[in-house]
Design a protein around this ligand. Structure first.
Ligand SMILES: *[C@@H]1O[C@H](CO)[C@@H](O)[C@H](O)[C@H]1NC(C)=O
Ligand SMILES: *[C@@H]1O[C@H](CO)[C@@H](O)[C@H](O)[C@H]1NC(C)=O
Length: 808
């Protein structure tokens, strides 16, 4: 089989064909920072969004919903079904406004410009005994060339019936957008002064604005200002003291004025009680008319086939004991859906400072050439870049994070292999000529508006755990598996539309194989891997060059004279670059050596060896084997403390002597977490003891980040000083499942017991907290297990789905 693979290496790149795959990924809920925002993966194009507010009083408009915000106090919101190719269903519980909103998206392939879509927005009271009065605004803004015009005749009193727009842009070509009421909507029609408003009641109100290019993301501000201005004119006659004002829904309306050449259009509706309306985006080249029936049938079919496929891809093993299987399945579907529904498309500039360095970032081996380029000083804006990426949290971290992304892609890749490759390719494209990628991707003004100024600047000597390569090995493993079994087990999704009735473009493959083309077409697979190999190697070399640590300076004894590593960019209190921000690490010093980084480097080297093997870079593969051995030797030589029976960081004291910094916590586990130790190593036994000890890391809710007996436990920011993180628990379970519980040896039995107990603890707690609070959380309390900090956090906390279905 290998020989066959090698044969393809001589065939020139066939990556051009990927255009086919990205077509089905063109549209999506790629504005995950919004409760509901659709856009295509095109730098400047059509941006849409949903705004709503309560009309039970005049104050509610100041609490209009648009961008996901923890301050909104919603009782939960999540995609319960989401597939990047087909669409999905999201449920939003807005308790303060007493409305449960459902947003549905159905992508309909066809034509030659990325297809069409239909969306439905539904609302119903959470508590039917209380009023539920809502105004919704759906907006469409166009960036770049092209235009959108309202076709429906303007009417200063508002519009009855559908509102239709036609538009065009370079990439989308010609399209229409129609916004159509459901069958049974009601508006407020009675109350003081009703007679004066009767001809505007129950109608759809619109507005068209001309706003500066690049500001569509601020649509909410433009639209609400306009509503408030309009209302403040209308309210004048009712401001006499003692007079009851008219119902807010009769005044807080768009003006029904369309400026010529408008680049932002808004469509507003008012409801009293349950409601529904649809939005149809029809790509002209698809020549297909969509209507309410498309959605009725399509969403039903989509949910059914999604659930069916979900049970195949992420089954709950029969052996798993749970009192509520149905609820666990719903939970697992929802976190996976919100992870995939949390994928965003970003485009814009970022801020980089090429000259920044802490004093201890310098050492004799790092030259000025590496830390500061040609006298370039200070923070500068870069060229705009594009990135398709999952996001850790739609409310709090709605942008790309390097070390989270490796975990996201493990999960996404199980569901949709080719989607994970599309995202990985975008990240790999960010690797610069030196081999560096910024750990946080804050692209464009909208993304920057969410980040405090002091965290916006990225520094080209700062790293982050190299997790992206996990996505590559996961792909290679899937390839190896799919060689063994033909992949027609993939279920076709045809969301209720008869495929024979839909004019499918030649170049638009049906859903059946669309997620696995790179597994089925060996030529595609190898050319993909070759296309990312060089930049990944550059990235690897950058790590080895810029994050090197010192060995001989402090009389350290180690079998390899070169393999030692140290994170650059640490401050006195934080090593943000390590990802474990405030974990105790001792004082900063140019002679420090970091255990987690050298472990990541062993892992990175091993991964590079896998890839090199696969693409036939045999010389490189041999070199990687040597380096990996040297690193593994040095992890023991430099970082094992025989006195403490644990792995530790290394630092330098005032007498210039090297010493171990041993703080029991996640750091101490790294050589086991990344499966670097042979299962017979006595060090495995010591690590398992530490991990299983309730006086240290073990809790009924998962493994704690810092020992409960550590003097700094729970202190300060308490970010990585005790709280339980799901991705670290996932790594522990993965290592146990794949290696230490799987291989015979002195610790196998213990590893097995820990595996089952830990798996149950972490599943039960995260699931329980989801039921209790409506959210999955960034981390869980080390003492009570309660969800803490950002929510929803359907980034790596969603790894629960892989833990439930034992996909490691
Ligand atoms: C898409 O795929 C079809 C067949 O799979 C191929 O004929 C066509 O050239 C491809 N289109 C592009 C743009 O690569
Ligand atoms: C699971 O989800 C379905 C569909 O959303 C819902 O009808 C059902 O009540 C849920 N079951 C549980 C136990 O949560």
């Amino acid at each position: 089989m290998r020989n066959l693979w090698l044969l393809y290496l001589v065939i020139p790149s066939v990556l051009g064909q990927t255009a086919n795959i990205s077509e089905s990924l063109l549209w999506g809920a790629y504005r995950p920072n919004l409760y509901f925002g659709l856009r295509p993966q095109i730098p400047q194009s059509l941006l849409t969004g949903l705004i709503w507010f309560g009309t039970q009083d005049y104050r509610s408009i100041s609490k209009a919903r648009h961008a996901c915000d923890q301050g909104d106090g919603l009782n939960g919101y999540t995609w319960t079904t989401y597939d990047a190719r087909d669409g999905g269903v999201q449920v939003i519980k807005d308790g303060p406004n007493n409305v449960l909103i459902t947003t549905e998206l159905l992508k309909v392939s066809g034509g030659s410009h990325g297809g069409s879509w239909a969306a439905r927005v539904k609302g119903e009271p959470i508590d039917p005994s209380l009023p539920s009065r809502i105004s919704t605004i759906f907006y469409m803004g166009l960036e770049g060339f092209g235009g959108v015009d309202m076709e429906t005749e303007e009417n200063e009193k508002g519009i009855t019936g559908p509102v239709v727009y036609t538009g065009n842009s370079m990439e989308l070509d010609e399209f229409t957008i129609r916004i159509v009421d459901g069958p049974d909507n009601h508006a407020v029609t009675t109350g003081p002064h009703a007679a004066s408003f009767v001809d505007r009641m129950g109608k759809t109100h619109v507005a068209g604005f001309r706003i500066p290019p690049g500001t569509i993301w601020q649509a909410k501000e433009h639209i609400l200002q306009s509503i408030i201005k309009h209302a403040s004119d209308l309210i004048q006659p009712y401001q006499t003291p003692g007079m009851t004002p008219p119902d807010p829904s009769w005044l807080l309306q768009l003006s029904d004025e369309i400026y010529s050449g408008s680049n932002l259009h808004a469509v507003q509706k008012f409801f009293d009680g349950p409601f529904q309306f649809d939005i149809f985006f029809e790509s002209k080249s698809a020549k297909q008319k969509l209507d309410a029936g498309t959605l009725d049938e399509g969403i039903k079919g989509l949910v059914e086939s999604f659930n069916e496929r979900f049970d195949e891809v992420f089954p709950v093993p029969k052996t798993y004991q749970t009192s509520n299987l149905e609820s666990l399945k719903n939970f697992s579907r929802a976190i996976t859906s919100n992870l995939i529904g949390g994928i965003g498309y970003f485009y814009g500039t970022s801020i980089v400072d090429r000259s920044f360095a802490y004093e201890w970032d310098q050492d004799d081996e790092t030259t000025q050439e590496e830390t500061g380029k040609d006298g370039e000083k200070g923070a500068k804006l870069t060229e705009p870049r594009a990135l398709l990426t999952a996001t850790p949290s739609r409310s709090f971290f709605p942008r790309g994070f390097y070390w989270d992304e490796g975990f996201h892609l493990l999960h996404i890749g199980e569901w949709d292999n080719d989607l994970s490759l599309a995202i990985l390719k975008d990240w790999v494209d960010l690797i610069d000529d030196d081999g560096w990628v910024a750990r946080e991707q804050i692209l464009g003004e909208e993304a920057r508006s969410k980040v405090p100024a002091q965290f916006q600047t990225q520094v080209p000597t700062f790293a982050n755990p190299p997790t992206l390569t996990m996505a590559v090995t996961a792909f290679i493993n899937r390839l190896k598996n799919s060689e063994q079994e033909p992949s027609d087990q993939e279920l076709g999704l045809n969301f209720g539309i008869d495929p024979d009735q839909v004019p499918m473009g030649e170049d638009f493959p049906k859903s059946a194989t669309i997620r696995t083309r790179y597994l089925e077409d060996q030529q595609l697979a190898v050319s993909y891997l070759r296309s990312i190999y060089k930049p990944l190697k550059r990235h690897y070399d950058w790590f080895r060059r810029t994050q090197r640590g010192q060995i001989k300076q402090y009389g350290r004894k180690a079998r390899s004279r070169t393999e030692a590593y140290r994170w650059r960019g640490r401050s006195k209190e934080h090593v943000l670059t390590s990802g474990m921000d405030d974990y105790p690490r001792g004082p900063p010093h140019a002679g420090e050596l970091h255990l987690d980084l050298i472990s990541w480097m062993a892992f990175f080297t091993r991964t590079m060896r896998d890839i090199a093997d696969f693409v036939g870079e045999t010389d490189d593969a041999a070199a990687f084997i040597e380096i990996e051995k040297a690193i593994l030797d040095n992890i023991d030589d430099l970082h094992w403390s025989e006195e403490n029976k644990m792995y530790c960081d290394v630092n330098v004291n005032d007498e210039d002597e090297s010493y171990h910094v041993c703080d029991k916590g996640y750091l101490s586990l790294f050589p086991l977490l990344l499966e670097l130790l042979p299962s017979s190593s006595p060090h495995v036994g010591h690590i398992l003891d530490l991990l299983r000890d309730p006086q240290h890391l073990w809790s009924p809710y998962g493994i704690r980040s810092l020992s409960v007996s550590h003097p700094e436990f729970g202190q300060g920011e308490n970010y990585w000083k005790g709280p339980i993180w799901v991705q670290m628990n996932y790594l522990t379970l993965k290592a146990l499942y794949n290696t230490y519980a799987a291989q015979e040896g002195p610790y196998q039995q213990k590893a097995r017991e820990i595996y089952s107990e830990l798996r149950k603890n972490i599943i039960d707690n995260v699931h329980k907290e989801y039921e209790r609070t409506g959210y999955v959380w960034e981390q869980y309390d080390a003492v009570t297990g309660e969800g803490r900090r950002s929510h929803p956090f359907t980034g790596w906390t969603s790894l629960l789905t892989l833990i439930i279905s034992e996909k490691y």
